[in-house]
Design a protein around this ligand. Structure first.
Ligand SMILES: *[C@@H]1O[C@H](CO)[C@@H](O)[C@H](O)[C@H]1NC(C)=O
Ligand SMILES: *[C@@H]1O[C@H](CO)[C@@H](O)[C@H](O)[C@H]1NC(C)=O
Ligand SMILES: *[C@@H]1O[C@H](CO)[C@@H](O)[C@H](O)[C@H]1NC(C)=O
Ligand SMILES: *[C@@H]1O[C@H](CO)[C@@H](O)[C@H](O)[C@H]1NC(C)=O
Ligand SMILES: *[C@@H]1O[C@H](CO)[C@@H](O)[C@H](O)[C@H]1NC(C)=O
Ligand SMILES: *[C@@H]1O[C@H](CO)[C@@H](O)[C@H](O)[C@H]1NC(C)=O
Ligand SMILES: *[C@@H]1O[C@H](CO)[C@@H](O)[C@H](O)[C@H]1NC(C)=O
Ligand SMILES: *[C@@H]1O[C@H](CO)[C@@H](O)[C@H](O)[C@H]1NC(C)=O
Ligand SMILES: *[C@@H]1O[C@H](CO)[C@@H](O)[C@H](O)[C@H]1NC(C)=O
Ligand SMILES: *[C@@H]1O[C@H](CO)[C@@H](O)[C@H](O)[C@H]1NC(C)=O
Ligand SMILES: *[C@@H]1O[C@H](CO)[C@@H](O)[C@H](O)[C@H]1NC(C)=O
Ligand SMILES: *[C@@H]1O[C@H](CO)[C@@H](O)[C@H](O)[C@H]1NC(C)=O
Length: 526
């Protein structure tokens, strides 16, 4: 087995273990589009069922388990899969925060009873909304989640946190990392509240900057006036709310009509009944440039392709900006016109959104947000969520231009970004992709550039460091820094293997086949 395959295997285990924490008898895993049938051959010798895989992680003897099982797995699966590998693998990395427990699963897993939960305050995750201008006024997309945080004793929290860590335990981490890991674990084990009404109080945002932080985007603040908005529907059974709502023009509010201003306007949104549901709403004029940016491995260091690091970077360590990317964004925010809007779109699960927002608003220009709603949880939906959210933004602003930013390690990005450029040719101004495969030897996952065929080759760029993005004429649509060699083959590629067509030959290679086999076995056995 290639040495680099090892951490990737752990990724699988992490995924499997995370999913296995909560036994969920009725779950069906829908597999992506490849012809991947439940095989009639002997089952793979590695079992990932319920508590056992969790126990295996805990015992830390997983690697030897795998080592002893690997050969037969490869053999039994090779014949089933041939060289036609599942797309969730060949096109990138699945998100390991898949299938986090929700609502009643959390309750039953933790043994929390309804009475003790009833006494807990209702909290609301209010995800910073964007709004468009329509002939009936401003139309704001309120979205978020209503939930309660159950009492979980620290011992249990630590036990749960350990599931998310590889080769280490929470008590072995430095104090600040322990706190972060406990915070995240508590954020995941929350109980969502269905059939609730939510309402908001809107006010002009008194502070400049990103959600009140300094260094924000070029938005103006309406002077005065406030209003109450009732969200028109109850929350879904998973506690989510997500719909556009028309807001009123309160006399004296100073709120400008979308066709009378070229500036993004900001409103503070407070959720009735809780202090946890504050957010900034961005009223975005019909014309201008919107940056839509992914977060992991482009705005922050995640190393999602190195599971052990990725999990530590997500669960324990403070979020860290990727190189001098904040400077590049700050320059765009300051030098582009006031109509410029920033939207952060990540497919990380809703439960960890607060930590992402907290980091972004301290580090990057303020802007609206999208994360993965709870009803997108199976593998198929996970791969379609990005396109779904992106399309929603595009449909909301038919006259705006978009700059799409991410890195190559997300298969859904590699598909959705060029698809949007084909579908909305006048709206995608630039696609800027950090090639993690070219800069990080540990990222041996291939990426697929076939979607870029037929696009104007000045409208996208694969880059290696933030400085490559300096001095680009974004407004003019010149998104390619001519000094950066582009290696686009319009096929599956992987720099790590030394040549750009490596991924093709790689299909037959032993380590690749083995890995895919394991991957498939994990998914089928879940
Ligand atoms: C802006 O739109 C509103 C509503 O459609 C319309 O009443 C108003 O005349 C428009 N103003 C301008 C300057 O076009
Ligand atoms: C975790 O930290 C975030 C960001 O600092 C904070 O907003 C959130 O309330 C904390 N969550 C819990 C469950 O303590
Ligand atoms: C939510 O509001 C609607 C309309 O006012 C009302 O009919 C419904 O009973 C409310 N639901 C709850 C759970 O309070
Ligand atoms: C929000 O709460 C305040 C005070 O509790 C109340 O006056 C207001 O009507 C509520 N707003 C909505 C839309 O329910
Ligand atoms: C709102 O602010 C404007 C100036 O921006 C002022 O003329 C108006 O009187 C204010 N209205 C209220 C209700 O304070
Ligand atoms: C609100 O009303 C004022 C005065 O009637 C008008 O100048 C302004 O354009 C309106 N704003 C919106 C958002 O409709
Ligand atoms: C939300 O806003 C209210 C009112 O300004 C404030 O008291 C509260 O502390 C804020 N909540 C958070 C979590 O910042
Ligand atoms: C999830 O819910 C949203 C509305 O909140 C809906 O538009 C979407 O189609 C749902 N997605 C799935 C996969 O059920
Ligand atoms: C505003 O956004 C909604 C929701 O995406 C969309 O249906 C509508 O067409 C948009 N309106 C305009 C004028 O762009
Ligand atoms: C292009 O390929 C060369 C040679 O393999 C490599 O050094 C470089 O990092 C690649 N550039 C990008 C942007 O992927
Ligand atoms: C292109 O990339 C190089 C190297 O990172 C950088 O020095 C330069 O400023 C970038 N921009 C342009 C327009 O050349
Ligand atoms: C800052 O952004 C502007 C507008 O895109 C661009 O013209 C300028 O060259 C940028 N400066 C740097 C140092 O990237």
């Amino acid at each position: 087995m290639a040495p680099s395959a090892l951490p990737a295997l752990l990724l699988l285990l992490a995924t499997a273990a995370t999913a296995a924490v909560i036994p969920e008898p009725t779950r069906t895993v829908s597999l992506p589009d490849v012809a991947l049938q439940r095989p009639h051959v002997t089952r793979a010798p590695i079992m990932f069922d319920g508590d056992r895989s969790y126990y295996a992680i805990d015992k830390r003897n997983v690697l030897s388990d795998i080592a002893s099982g690997v050969d037969s797995v490869a053999k039994s699966w090779g014949s089933v899969l041939g060289t036609d590998l599942p797309s969730f693998f060949t096109e990138g990395i699945p998100n390991w925060f898949q299938d986090l427990p929700t609502g009643s699963e959390v309750l039953s897993r933790l043994g929390v009873d309804d009475d003790s939960l009833a006494s807990k305050p209702t909290e609301v995750l209010n995800i910073p909304p964007y709004a468009n201008w329509t002939d009936r006024g401003w139309n704001v997309r309120f979205h978020g989640n209503v939930y309660k945080i159950p009492d979980i004793e620290q011992k249990k929290v630590d036990e749960l946190a350990n599931i998310f860590l590889i080769d280490t335990k929470i008590e072995d981490l430095p104090q600040d990392q322990q706190e972060q890991a406990r915070n995240l674990t508590r954020s995941i084990f929350i109980v969502q509240q269905g059939e609730r009404n939510v309402s908001f109080h809107l006010e002009p945002s008194p502070l400049q900057g990103a959600s009140g932080q300094p260094g924000g985007n070029p938005a103006s603040t309406p002077q005065n006036g406030s209003e109450e908005v009732r969200f028109p529907y109850e929350t879904t059974s998973q506690g989510d709310f997500d719909a556009f709502v028309q807001i009123q023009n309160i006399s004296g509010s100073g709120l400008l009509a979308g066709n009378e201003t070229e500036t993004v306007q900001r409103l503070n949104v407070y959720t009735n009944g809780t202090l946890t549901g504050n957010a900034t709403a961005y009223l975005v004029p019909p014309k201008g440039i919107t940056f839509i940016s992914d977060i992991d491995d482009i705005l922050r260091v995640t190393k999602i392709y190195q599971p052990k690091e990725g999990l530590l970077n997500s669960f324990a360590r403070a979020f860290t900006p990727w190189m001098n990317m904040p400077e590049i964004y700050a320059n765009w925010s300051q030098s582009l016109p006031d109509s410029t809007h920033f939207h952060y779109l990540t497919t990380t699960p809703e439960q960890v959104t607060r930590n992402y927002m907290d980091f972004i608003f301290k580090t990057y220009p303020g802007g609206s947000f999208d994360t993965r709603p709870l009803n997108f949880s199976d593998v198929q939906a996970t791969l379609s969520i990005r396109k779904f959210l992106l399309t929603k933004v595009f449909e909301t602003y038919p006259e705006r231009k978009f700059v799409l930013v991410a890195d190559t390690s997300n298969s859904d990005v590699m598909k959705a970004y060029p698809e949007l450029a084909h579908d909305y040719p006048n709206q995608v101004q630039c696609i800027l992709l950090r090639n993690t495969s070219a800069t990080d030897a540990e990222n041996w996952f291939p990426y697929d550039t076939s979607g870029f065929e037929g696009l104007n080759n000045k409208s996208y760029m694969f880059f290696k460091v933030p400085d490559d993005l300096r001095n680009l004429d974004i407004s003019g649509g010149h998104c390619l820094n001519e000094t950066i060699p582009q290696n686009v083959t319009f096929s599956r590629q992987a720099e790590t293997f030394g040549d750009k067509n490596a991924a093709q030959s790689l299909q037959g290679s032993a380590s690749f086949g083995l890995f895919a086999a394991l991957m498939a076995s994990v998914f089928l056995l879940l």
